[in-house]
Write a protein that binds this ligand. Structure first.
Ligand SMILES: Cc1cc2nc3c(=O)[nH]c(=O)nc-3n(C[C@H](O)[C@H](O)[C@H](O)COP(=O)(O)OP(=O)(O)OC[C@H]3O[C@@H](n4cnc5c(N)ncnc54)[C@H](O)[C@@H]3O)c2cc1C
Length: 413
């Protein structure tokens, strides 16, 4: 009987246990899942603001673009077990109906990540021995694997390493994957924050704090050493510490690790649908048509009133009416609304990041099986790997697709 050890009962570990059951085809397996927390899936419960954005219903060729540098690595996994397979598994095996929301995001109809976690745990109750409060301290490979916790030693023919990354450490993901993979000879690319909120400098906070809680659609460009290094577009949210929201979180991974000598800042284009020239012309026309209207009122046609007020204040035009508005006033206003500068005070904190960029080097893992190229029988899944996806269900889908390849290889299917 194959002895399979799953180290870490987060999304990837639970999915692997589920798929081992689903595809075992009646083969008797001895599956043990070791989880260091008192319950499995602590991070899973938090996903999708407690609703669990389980996957994203795009074709694999589109979906892979959401995994940055790992796009080609993950493509075979997405092709073999894609979003439709995940939905089918969640609906038909786990028994939770799903629904599609904007941008192809899939959620359970019950809107409960806790129910997803509970249903996965129930599904494997008769196929997997789940041992909680069991922190794995060491993995050694002789003829088989010896896996040690503080009190026990386990022997396995196959080990699935799924201890997560370093982000949201209160959920149990404290970088153990990297230490354990390192002990087996793997190279670990330095873990960093991805999908993280960003702290603004004191100067920027003077206006950002007044907008706390307001969200807008914006183009977000990252500048380092005065050069644009990345850009994205989407919803941003002003917060009392700086900026968050999907677009800011998406670009956060591009902020350099050591920011001391690159002076990074964001430039926000709060009217991304038009160029500077188009906006300037349109605004000029608006000013001409409404001479008795306050400039802040006209700006509020493009952005929320509170944002319009701050833009006008920064441009020094708060008290002006359209009829007294000079060309120079207009130039400054257009500049503030199209190139609003937000200084970045530090590298985003990994503690607040939704996922980890970095992890076990993909050069040392077979992308068709997720098996280590260095240690036969060792499979590495989820955030342990140097893969991070954008938000929208990409990271859970990666766990699911990778788990499928590992399970298929272990079962010899
Ligand atoms: C707030 C938040 C919301 C998110 N929302 C979404 C979303 O809606 N959709 C999406 O696709 N992604 C989302 N993500 C990302 C997603 O949750 C992660 O990418 C995913 O959980 C990674 O799975 P994993 O199994 O690799 O790691 P984890 O889920 O972190 O699981 C790792 C597990 O290993 C255990 N462990 C660690 N070390 C040891 C050890 N030494 N011995 C035994 N066990 C150990 C941990 O306790 C943990 O249970 C979100 C993340 C956060 C933080």
């Amino acid at each position: 009987m194959k002895r399979i050890g799953i180290i870490g009962g987060g999304a990837a570990g639970l999915f692997a246990a589920c798929l081992l059951k689903k595809f075992s085809g009646g083969e008797m397996l001895n599956v043990i899942l070791l989880e260091k927390n008192e319950i499995p899936g602590k991070k899973l419960i938090l996903t999708g603001h407690g609703r669990c954005n389980i996957t994203n219903l795009k074709p694999a060729s589109e979906l892979k673009k959401g995994y940055h540098e790992a796009d080609n690595f993950i493509y075979p996994a997405l092709k073999e077990f894609g979003p439709e397979d995940t939905i089918s598994f969640i609906e038909n095996d786990i028994g939770l109906k799903t629904k599609e929301e904007d941008n192809n995001r899939i959620f359970p109809v019950c809107d409960s990540a806790a129910r997803v976690r509970d249903s996965l745990v129930s599904y494997i109750a008769d196929s997997t021995k789940t041992i909680c409060n069991s922190k794995v301290l060491d993995i050694r490979k002789e003829s088989s694997f010896e896996v040690s916790t503080a009190n026990e030693k386990y022997n396995f023919d196959y080990v699935i390493l799924s201890c997560g990354g370093s982000s949201f450490p209160q959920t149990g993901s404290t970088g153990d994957s990297y230490r354990l993979a390192g002990k087996t000879g793997h190279t670990v690319i330095t873990p960093r924050a991805a999908l993280a909120p960003v702290k603004a400098d004191d100067e920027s906070l003077t206006f950002i704090r007044n907008l706390s809680g307001v969200s807008v659609i914006s183009k977000v460009s990252l500048f380092c050493n005065g050069k644009k290094t990345a850009a994205t577009e989407g919803e941003i949210l002003f917060a009392d510490f700086g900026l968050t929201g999907p677009a800011v979180m998406e670009i956060s991974r591009e902020i350099p690790r050591d920011i001391s000598d690159c002076n990074p800042y964001f430039e926000l284009d709060l009217v991304p649908s038009s160029t500077d020239e188009q906006f300037d012309q349109e605004f000029q026309k608006l000013i001409g048509e409404h001479p008795d209207t306050k400039i802040t009122t006209l700006l509020a046609r493009y952005v929320p009133a509170s944002v319009a007020g701050e833009i006008a204040a920064k441009a020094g035009v708060s008290d002006l009416y359209a009829q007294g508005f000079t060309k120079d006033n207009r130039r400054k206003t257009v500049n503030e609304i199209k190139h609003l500068k937000v200084g970045i005070i530090r590298e985003p904190s990994i503690d607040k990041a939704y996922v980890t960029r970095g992890g076990v080097s993909l050069k040392e893992v077979d992308r068709k099986t997720m098996q280590s190229r260095l240690v036969p029988g060792l499979y590495i899944l989820g955030e342990a790997l140097d893969i991070d996806g954008i938000s929208g269900g990409y990271n859970l889908q990666a766990c699911m697709s990778e788990a499928f390849l590992a399970v298929k290889d272990i079962l010899g299917n």
